[in-house]
Ligand binder design. Structure first.
Ligand code: GLO
Ligand code: MG
Length: 343
């Protein structure tokens, strides 16, 4: 049976700042973070464009090429690979009203140009995957944009990115809110529908984050099932979320083990490990954590995932089939709970 491959991004080991307080931990240098990957059983590095090339907007193409190639060498030396590159469109002042869906045409042009550079970086890092978390594509008040036009702008942007590089694959990471009041493309259903509107639907898919699905009031396992049914689950950001509040990025399984079990079950049913795609963990350490232990949440999330793989594989098939045949879902539920509770 194929092994799962794990990934995370450098932002998943952070200094503990939140909207109400400054950093509380020293910065772990990038090189030190890279050293932790293999040690903790991770092989894939997720990048924002400016994680790979700092201040990317100020650099010439030559400079970008030089720095991205140097990053590729760093990865090679550590036996790591880049899983994806994501354009970080949400920090630049020009993107204050969104990028691809901004009302200002200059902002839309900027977003597309920056994303093309991110694709170039992905090519140089040796990955075909670009993730689009559409952070500021949406509205604070509905009257500020025309959603019909916005979705058309988004389709046009996706087309331009697909045309920029023949091998790039775009995985949209849906999220229903935060930082926006209402985000465009809030669910994987929206992302898949968007893919079919583009010039090359085979190269547009999705990344599902557990917390984002929960914030939309949806079950992450069923969101994954929808994407898998369309052959469009190209990455996951596993984590957990305690109710409808800010995006918490809690450790995988830490709030709802059964929900985590079902996400793993879905990946198993979909043969995800065999695709060679990564299990990404988009988790954050609590603000209270000391710097020396500010990576435990990643290690713990991976360990919970692997334990749940074992739980899925050892769930007695005959009981499951018998209960389904008898339509005895009460018995099935008890069997699941006993299996999860057993040592
Ligand atoms: C925020 C997102 C964010 C993205 C990352 C990659 O809610 O989950 O962490 O996954 O920027 O694009
Ligand atoms: Mg994410």
């Amino acid at each position: 049976m194929a092994d799962y491959r794990f990934s995370f991004g450098p932002w998943n080991i952070h200094e503990g700042a939140d909207p109400f307080g400054p950093p509380v931990r020293a910065t772990v240098e990038f090189g030190q973070k890279l050293g932790l990957y293999r040690q903790m059983g991770f092989e894939g590095v997720q990048f924002h464009d400016d994680d790979a090339v700092a201040n990317v907007e100020e650099k010439s193409f030559d400079q970008i090429q030089k720095e991205a190639s140097a990053m590729k060498k760093l990865l090679d030396d550590q036996g790591l690979v880049a899983e994806f590159v994501a354009p970080r469109l949400w920090e630049t002042p020009l993107g204050v009203d969104g990028g691809y869906t901004a009302n200002d045409p200059a902002a839309r042009r900027w977003a597309i140009e920056r994303s093309k550079r991110a694709i170039d970086i992905a090519n140089l890092l040796g990955t075909n995957l670009m993730v689009l978390w559409l952070a500021r594509e949406g509205t604070y008040i509905r009257e500020s944009k025309n959603a019909i036009e916005a979705y058309h702008h988004l389709r046009d942007a996706l087309n331009q990115l697909l045309e920029h590089s023949p091998q790039i694959e775009l995985a949209i990471e849906p999220k229903p809110n935060e930082p926006m009041d209402q985000a465009y493309v809030p669910t994987i259903g929206h992302a898949v529908a968007m893919s079919y509107q583009t010039c090359d639907p085979r190269r547009v898919g999705g990344l599902i984050e557990s917390a984002h699905a929960l914030l939309a009031g949806l079950d992450p396992a069923d969101e994954m099932g929808f994407a898998l049914a369309h052959d469009k689950l190209w990455s996951v950001h596993l984590n957990d979320q305690n109710g409808l509040k800010f995006d918490q990025d809690k450790s995988f399984g830490s709030v709802n083990l059964r929900c985590a079990f079902n996400q793993v079950r879905m990946l198993e049913l979909g043969g995800y490990a065999q695709t060679g795609r990564f299990v990404g963990l988009d988790v954050k350490a609590m603000r209270t954590q000391k710097v020396e232990q500010a990576h435990l949440h990643l290690q713990n999330s991976r360990a919970v995932f692997l334990t749940l793989v074992d739980k899925v594989r050892t769930f007695p098939q005959e009981i499951q089939q018998q209960c389904v045949a008898d339509r005895n879902y009460e018995a099935l539920e008890m069997a699941v709970l006993e299996h999860l509770l057993a040592k």
